[in-house]
Design a protein around this ligand. Structure first.
Ligand code: COA
Length: 626
């Protein structure tokens, strides 16, 4: 994902194409209205914390210079105060001072391809089918499960989620179904059709690069049963057996400017425009994938992660996607399955909550008897491919294949312990894993780097995320001590506990709306909006170092034994996602092959070693010293 998982919410309406809206249900609105508003943190607090966050990642000389620059920014009556007042005014006037800005800068104005650079994938446990029949049965049940979940969204019976005992903003659940990103020349937009007068009743199914519109409701409004869906999927399968079709969907994997141009070529044709509209309006997409090359058991999950993230390249399944679609469920004949999602409308946790629900649903026996009425043939979506579009497809293929070769992704399971171990030792599991990542990185490189961990801001109305800066003064003291033979174990344990506690404290601050990153972004955007010249603080080398996240990380927990994966956010960085289960931890680590300095296998190795070393350090150190 991008540097920020912190992408913003689609408090959509300003960016959304004009579709007629119906009022959202009252119960939902009542809950939303009761949520606190995101605060603008005090300026002095953020600047002090910014200087502290720089200490482990910049030289003393750079820090001294930045201190002067920050002091100037903060001086009474100076530009900092003015911008802060502007932000405070904005906070009074809007539901969330950050959400629209965030949506635009982190997602819709971001021009790199959504594939790898923004859209996360999810690797689900391998299913036990091995043929087409099993694939379609599972797909049918999954579709039925998602539609059942949608009923809870439509009826507002979705239980409100809590974090640290506080209710969370549920807005993202209303954004992930029936929505799609649309490319634009300077920035994209997101359209949500769930709130239109005539919400969609169909999904899109794609097989052998051919798209179909599949209605998932009977004419009386009841959802299709999985038996009915299965019959429809068989029809789709049987009418899309040719494998020589143009991979039209690959256009959506291109750089956003190129895709925006190609999009205009594509929708000049009326048939194409209708087909594109049908995909965009659909509730979600299901990709019935062709088998991928077989690999060893050890490499299997990494191979599936690549399939989810980018489809494997133009020879494989990348053309079997519409990457602008918010939710795409992917099911292959060999039992591999998962999802890829377009990040603009939501973060990982709501997506994974939906997956948890659906995975459980697929295990249920079919109880409902299917109506006997025959269903119409799902509509095939036609595309007329002009030479111009053919050319766009060829260019998209080339770019995509270069990117596919460049991404290295490794999924592995750390089996020696899970979140139960740190909990038993009265340590936050998330902080423990983050400190282990710091140790792994330090051992590989001999220094520490700006590290991003997503923190939820959903305690606030329309909240998305802020950044937990995992590289801290305390984490640096600990990792240095681990590499110092003169240090006693009891000293290392003390430093470990301090580092873990510092991380947890930063986490609490971040989820409480008092981290520094979104506030600094707000001040910067306020300067642009007020047309004041860019304050030196944002042009400073330290600021660039602080924003260059060589470690971009996120915890996405779930009930299901799955893992989310995403690409690095800088060319010389890593993307690390993890799911701490009770007795094991699922990890995904990604980097670019074109960078000589990064190596996913090595980072994975150092990470496992760091976790083990931290465990034995705690276990072998006498309790009296703890
Ligand atoms: N002693 C014992 N147990 C502890 C503990 C301690 N000192 N500290 C924490 N724990 C327990 C917690 O109670 C919790 O228990 P549970 O498993 O029974 O619920 C568990 O350990 C996990 O807590 P912790 O590891 O501290 O993390 P967390 O669940 O609070 O999550 C974040 C931390 C940052 C991941 C979370 O706050 C967050 O913001 N998540 C959103 C991430 C996101 O949006 N990602 C987007 C990706 S696109």
């Amino acid at each position: 994902m991008r540097a920020d998982f912190t992408k913003r919410e689609v408090k959509p309406m300003s960016l959304v194409k004009p579709v007629s809206l119906v009022k959202l249900p009252g119960r939902y609105l009542a809950h939303q209205e009761g949520l606190p508003r995101l605060p603008v943190p005090p300026l002095q607090q953020t600047l002090e914390r910014y200087l502290l966050a720089l200490q482990p990642i910049v030289s003393q000389e750079e820090w001294n210079h930045t201190k002067k620059v920050v002091d100037e920014f903060w001086s009474p009556g100076g530009v900092g105060e003015r911008l802060q007042k502007g932000l405070e005014r904005r906070a009074k006037k809007t539901d969330n001072w950050l959400s629209d800005w965030w949506l635009q800068t982190a997602y819709l104005e971001y021009r790199l391809p959504v594939v790898v650079h923004s859209s996360p994938g999810v690797v689900l446990p391998k299913q036990d089918f091995v043929d087409r029949q099993g694939q379609l049965r599972f797909a049918a049940k999954l579709i039925e499960g998602v539609v059942d979940f949608k009923t809870m969204v439509d009826n507002e019976t979705l239980p409100v989620e809590y974090l640290n005992g506080k209710p969370l903003c549920m807005n993202q659940y209303y954004r992930i179904l029936s929505s799609c990103r649309i490319p634009g020349p300077k920035h994209d937009s997101v359209v949500n059709y769930a709130q239109t007068k005539k919400p969609p009743t169909h999904i899109t199914v794609v097989h052998n690069f051919q798209f179909f519109e599949l209605d998932v409701y009977n004419s009386d409004g009841t959802p299709l049963t999985s038996d009915q869906i299965f019959t429809q999927l068989e029809k789709i399968w049987n009418t899309s057996l040719q494998t020589n079709k143009e991979p039209i969907g690959i256009l959506t994997s291109n750089h956003r400017n190129s895709w925006a141009k190609a999009y205009n070529h594509l929708i000049k044709d009326k048939t194409n425009k209708e087909s594109v509209r049908t995909i965009q309006k659909s509730i979600f997409t299901v990709c019935l994938d062709a088998p991928m090359p077989r690999v060893s058991d050890e490499l299997y999950k990494s191979r599936v992660a690549a399939q989810m993230l980018h489809g494997g390249g133009s020879r494989w399944n990348t053309g079997n996607r519409w990457f602008d679609k918010t939710l795409q469920f992917i099911i292959a004949e060999d039992g591999s399955c998962g999802l890829v999602y377009e990040h603009a409308p939501a973060e990982g946790p709501p997506i994974v909550a939906l997956l948890d629900y659906v995975v459980e649903y697929t295990k249920k026996a079919e109880l409902v008897r299917s109506p006997m009425i025959p269903l119409p043939m799902p509509k095939k979506l036609r595309f007329n491919i002009s030479p111009e579009i053919k050319n766009d497809i060829e260019k998209a293929k080339q770019n995509l294949n270069i990117m596919v070769h460049d991404v290295d992704i490794k999924v592995f399971v750390f089996t020696q312990f899970g979140k139960n171990f740190p909990k038993l030792k009265k340590l936050s599991p998330d902080a423990f894993i983050q400190v282990a990542l710091q140790l792994a990185y330090y051992r590989m490189y001999g220094f520490t780097c700006a590290t991003y961990e997503s923190a939820s801001l959903r305690m606030f109305h329309l909240g998305r995320t802020d950044t937990i800066r995992s590289a801290s003064v305390d984490s640096l003291s600990f990792v240095q001590a681990m590499e110092d033979p003169a240090k006693q174990n009891w000293e290392k344990v003390e430093l470990l506990r301090k580092a873990v506690q510092a991380h947890r404290t930063y986490t609490d601050m971040a989820i409480g709306g008092h981290a520094i990153d979104r506030h600094l972004l707000g001040l910067k955007l306020q300067a642009i909006e007020d047309l004041v010249s860019m304050p030196e603080m944002f042009m400073d080398t330290s600021f660039a170092v602080a924003m260059h996240f060589k470690l971009s990380t996120s915890q996405v927990p779930s009930q299901t034994d799955l893992v989310m994966c995403f690409g690095p956010v800088v060319p010389d960085g890593y993307g690390v996602c993890y799911n701490p289960m009770d007795d094991h931890i699922n990890f995904s680590v990604s980097a670019f092959n074109s960078c000589a300095d990064t190596n996913v296998a090595r980072l994975a190795h150092y990470l496992e070693q760091a976790l083990l070393d931290m465990q034995s350090l705690i276990q072998c150190t006498p309790k009296s010293k703890l």
